[in-house]
Design a protein around this ligand. Structure first.
Ligand code: TXA
Ligand code: MG
Length: 322
């Protein structure tokens, strides 16, 4: 799928300030040399992302991550040992070498070691850290295949590395380390249960962002209430029968419901109720529904545990406000 030559070419593009779409286990990223402010500025432009929303920096291993921070506390080391390479992002105090444009002026940098052989090879070949937000225009659905990236960003990227469909399918979990506690800034591919197994029960603090959306958005701008949205209106509650007459309504769910009559199309992510399988298909299924010319997408919330927490978070942000 991707040859050594493709990797060498992509590494050269990164090193010379270009943009490369990269596969990761979570979603595809729009990558640039994290130490080159002009290259990073292009990422913000292409994504139409507000400059106040900082980027995640991808590195090959824990050592490369530690080289970008002034402090890598014991709790962070434990987490890195347990989950890297993998879908966990650690927010740590940054070194001056990390340009302010990457962190939106914050004194911290978000770091992660992706678990994908293509991007691992690219990081080793390019020999620079790669800043990469998800490779979608700001606020839209995240891409989980190279084809999605082509549809979303097409000509505006210099290269797209095809690493096949993303295995996890939902973005990384973002945590800030505070002594022996963690603040969960974004639920994602590493579950709260998995984090607690490493740092201890009750040590993961969850900001109540629904009560204070603006405060949460300041802590981690990706927690803006409206995010990850399809173009079709999306609701978490099925409409009353009388209001949906004559409307084309689609359904996103784990298991097909007994009454399927209100829906012209149903995307059932895992009839076996396997949340890992559901996450892997989540964005692709939403994208298919969005392309079906529906009047409304109804999404039934997932069980609120494991990866269901990250999926429900994305659904709440995608829900259309009346
Ligand atoms: O799985 C992922 O994390 C994917 C792949 C490509 O690695 N990337 C991704 O990036 O989802 P993005 O830009 O869509 O989301 C980055 C999140 C945002 O919520 C951002 O606000 C937060 O990380 N973030 C970045 N730097 C931060 C910092 N210094 N402090 C707090 N939050 C930060
Ligand atoms: Mg994103």
């Amino acid at each position: 799928m991707t040859s050594a030559l493709d990797i060498a070419k992509a590494a050269e593009i990164i090193r010379s300030g270009g943009l490369v779409a990269i596969p990761t286990e979570t979603v595809y990223g729009l990558g640039a040399d994290a130490l080159n402010p002009q290259a990073v500025a292009r990422v913000f432009e292409v994504k139409q992302r507000p400059r106040f929303d900082p980027l995640i920096v991808h590195v090959a291993d824990t050592e490369a991550a530690a080289a970008l921070t002034v402090d890598f506390p014991a709790t962070a080391q434990k987490l890195a040992a347990a989950f890297w390479p993998g879908p966990l992002t650690l927010v740590l105090p940054k070194r001056d070498a990390v340009p302010d444009i990457v962190t939106s002026g914050l004194p911290t940098v978000a770091l992660r070691v992706p678990d994908h052989e293509v991007t691992q090879a690219l990081l080793r070949e390019a020999q620079v850290p790669i800043a990469a937000p998800s490779a979608n225009p700001f606020g839209r659905l995240s891409p989980t295949t190279a084809e999605h990236v082509r549809e979303l960003l097409g000509e505006s990227v210099d290269d797209i590395l095809d690493g096949g469909p993303c295995r996890v399918g939902v973005e990384s979990t973002v945590v800030e380390v505070d002594d022996d506690c963690l603040r969960l800034l974004r639920p994602g591919g590493v579950t709260i249960e998995q984090l607690e197994a490493v740092v201890g029960t009750g040590k993961v603090m969850i900001p109540a962002d629904d009560a204070h959306p603006s405060a949460a958005a300041q802590q981690s701008p990706g927690r803006l209430p409206h995010h990850y949205a399809p173009r079709t209106p999306l609701s978490l509650t099925p409409p009353a029968a009388e209001t949906s007459v004559g409307k084309r309504v689609g359904l996103l769910c784990l298991r097909p419901p007994e009454d399927q009559s209100p829906y012209v199309v149903i995307e059932a992510l895992s009839p076996e109720e396997d949340l890992t399988a559901a996450a892997a298909e989540f964005f692709a299924a939403l994208r298919r529904l969005d392309a079906t010319g529906l009047d409304l997408i109804v999404a039934l919330p997932f069980p609120e545990h494991g990866l269901g927490i990250a999926l429900n978070d994305r659904l709440r942000r995608a829900e259309t406000r009346q």
